[in-house]
Design a protein around this ligand. Structure first.
Ligand SMILES: Cc1cc2nc3c(=O)[nH]c(=O)nc-3n(C[C@H](O)[C@H](O)[C@H](O)COP(=O)(O)O)c2cc1C
Length: 208
């Protein structure tokens, strides 16, 4: 199954454009494999609550590593309410072969809508081994290897570190459109061709 998430606040968005191309290609190649779509910007998942932290603490203190046993932690009405939010989100991730995340860079990092989803589905010492993650990303500037801004790319760096460190998944691919702001910011107008080259290369990679 392909789990497809989008997090851009814009409907016309470069990260959405890429994730759509990737999803269309994936679905054509796996017509019977299943597909679930979530728009985290249009339908945000709530922030975690105190009851959610109790679920997480229970999982940790009882050394529960089997995701199918997390529901055991829902022992009070407040925790059951928190669990009702988590459960469908987790079921989707567990059922996925590939998790596709379309995300912009916001303030050097990821949108809070995507962070809220990650906070909901992430439990202590959890493994999602065997799954692939694909991130289709967009950013206003340029953060590639060797650029002055490379060290502040907390979008790719964070997602790569998080998925490896928390989910034990090292199969993660980034497909990125850069320099989107060249279309808006007069100071970057001279880099529009570079942006278009980056976009076309990303679209090609997503279609592959
Ligand atoms: C709230 C906000 C914060 C942003 N922060 C950054 C940033 O830190 N660095 C950057 O290069 N671009 C930044 N941008 C520009 C976006 O990354 C760029 O518009 C990108 O194309 C957004 O992805 P989308 O086209 O999928 O919506 C920001 C845009 C918004 C709306």
């Amino acid at each position: 199954m392909l789990l497809h998430l989008d997090a851009s606040a814009r409907r016309t968005s470069f990260s959405r454009e890429l994730s759509r191309v990737y999803a269309d290609t994936w679905r054509a190649a796996h017509p019977d494999a299943g597909y679930v779509y979530r728009d985290l910007a249009a339908n945000p998942v709530p922030h975690i609550t105190e009851a959610w932290t109790e679920l997480s603490d229970h999982v940790m203190s009882h050394e529960i590593t089997d995701i199918s046993r997390y529901g055991e932690a829902a022992r009070t009405p407040a925790r059951r309410k928190a669990w009702e939010i988590v459960r469908p989100l987790l079921d989707e991730v567990v059922a996925a072969d590939t998790v596709l995340i379309g995300t912009p860079m916001y303030n050097y990092s990821i949108p809070s809508s995507l962070k809220a989803w990650l906070d909901q589905i992430t439990f202590p010492k959890m493994s999602l081994k065997g799954r692939s993650f694909v991130v289709t990303a967009a950013r206003g500037g340029a953060y590639g290897p060797g650029t002055p801004r490379e060290p502040v790319d907390h979008q790719e760096r964070f997602l790569r570190d998080f998925v490896a460190g928390h989910f034990a998944v090292d199969d993660i691919t980034f497909i990125t459109t850069e320099l989107a702001n060249s279309l808006i910011d007069p100071a970057l107008a001279h880099r529009r061709e570079e942006h278009e080259r980056s976009r076309q290369a990303a679209l090609k990679a997503a279609a592959r």
